[in-house]
Ligand binder design. Structure first.
Ligand code: NAD
Length: 360
């Protein structure tokens, strides 16, 4: 039996990488549920849009009747839930959308999926169906739910929840709902918590593409605070492979952590981008891009360090990240240098590079 996989947020950065992966590497039908907020870009799906196995449903996860209709019509037997408001700075400016989409939207999706699963479970028992592809709901979350680390240590699945930003708090709340739906209803939920992703097709409000585009455009490169905050970077395609492994081999009720084993200070990431661009897209005045780095007011409540200990995930799912941070950064910088057709419309419309998330 061919599988139907529903992906929410499939027009976003990670969601589109997942949809492209599923269409290229599996025989599944893929239903992309995405309302296309400022962060959604259909151009990220240009490679798969003509596949007869791909469908886009322009549905807002805050709209429960519309979600029910999607489940009724498509009967998915797996869900990857990625739709979210995802930018910490925007959550400082306007937390309401984060509560609405990340928390209430996740609740709606859990309810719609559970109703469809309950109906299908009874049916499947009678027909002895679905043995090869038991239903799974993969709830995709972030390591930011665990708060900030000091100089040492790393997050594991046993780390306490200590979210610090409105974004992290809304994701933490959604993780708790997902967990409760497993424990209370036996609904087969798997939670994944991942570190900072980077790669092609990332919306240019996030650190790496923001810096690349500022440099290409000849602007200053605004580094928050002293640039000392540390993130554990993972290439988006490694994360996507991990999500698929969670679907194939993960156990309901479990949380799996994905990290890239690449802790870097923000300032070092920006400097590495500058060096790559000095070769790929030199500044017209011949000066090094590094000279345009400027230290600006820090993000309010900026978490100091995130790091993931993915040992358990690696062992249980047989997953590990491939390649090095430096190789993937080169790939990413080269992609942005050559893909103004993708980011140009965003830069002249949805996001022009302005500073977000300042307390007023
Ligand atoms: P993104 O902002 O690039 O994409 C989000 C997508 O969700 C967009 O296509 C948007 O249109 C859609 N969306 C938003 N609100 C919606 C709604 N109410 N209804 C339907 N669709 C809606 O996000 P991303 O960076 O790809 O992150 C995807 C998921 O992974 C999020 O849940 C995020 O919390 C999580 N995550 C991201 C990272 C990261 O580094 N980017 C790390 C760990 C976890």
């Amino acid at each position: 039996m061919n599988r139907t996989i529903l992906v929410t947020g499939g027009a976003g950065f990670i969601g589109s990488a997942l949809v492209r992966h599923l269409i290229r590497h599996t025989s599944a039908r893929v239903v992309n549920v995405d309302s296309l907020t400022y962060a959604g870009t259909l151009g990220s799906l240009a490679d798969v849009v003509d596949s007869p196995r791909y469908v886009w449903e322009r549905v807002d996860i805050r709209d429960r009747p519309a979600l029910k209709d999607v489940f009724d019509r498509h009967g998915p037997n797996a869900v990857f839930h990625l739709a979210a408001e995802s930018h910490v700075d925007r959550s400082i400016d306007g937390p309401a959308a984060f509560v609405d989409t990340n928390l209430v939207g996740t609740f709606n999706l859990l309810q719609a999926a559970r109703e469809a699963w309950s109906a299908d479970a009874g049916h499947a028992r009678l027909q002895n169906k679905n043995a090869a592809h038991p239903f799974r709901f993969i709830h995709v979350s972030t390591d930011e739910v665990f708060g900030s680390l000091g100089e040492t240590g790393a997050f594991t699945a046993d780390s306490p929840y200590r979210p610090n930003s409105p974004y992290a708090a809304s994701k933490a709340g959604a993780d708790h709902l997902a967990r409760a739906w497993y424990h209370t209803y036996g609904f087969p939920v798997i939670v994944t918590n991942c570190s900072n992703n980077f790669g092609p097709y990332q919306f240019p409000e996030k650190l790496i593409p923001h810096m690349i585009l500022c440099a290409i455009e000849g602007r200053d490169l605004p580094v928050y605070g002293k640039g000392a905050n540390v993130r554990d970077w993972i290439f988006v395609e490694d994360h996507v492979r991990g999500l698929v492994r969670a679907l194939e081999a993960g156990r309901p009720g479990m949380a799996y952590l994905f990290g890239g084993d690449a802790q870097r200070r923000n300032l070092d990431v920006v400097r590495a981008i500058c060096e790559l661009l000095d070769g790929m897209s030199p500044a017209p005045d011949g000066r090094g891009h590094r000279e345009r780095i400027r230290f600006v007011a820090d993000r309010p409540g900026h978490d100091e360090r995130y790091a993931i200990d993915a040992t358990d995930t690696r062992e249980e799912l047989g997953w590990s990240p491939e390649g090095t941070f430096e190789e993937h950064l080169r790939t990413t910088v080269a992609w942005y240098v050559s893909r103004e057709d993708w980011w140009g419309p965003i830069r002249s419309g949805a996001y022009r590079g302005e500073r977000l998330g300042m307390l007023r």
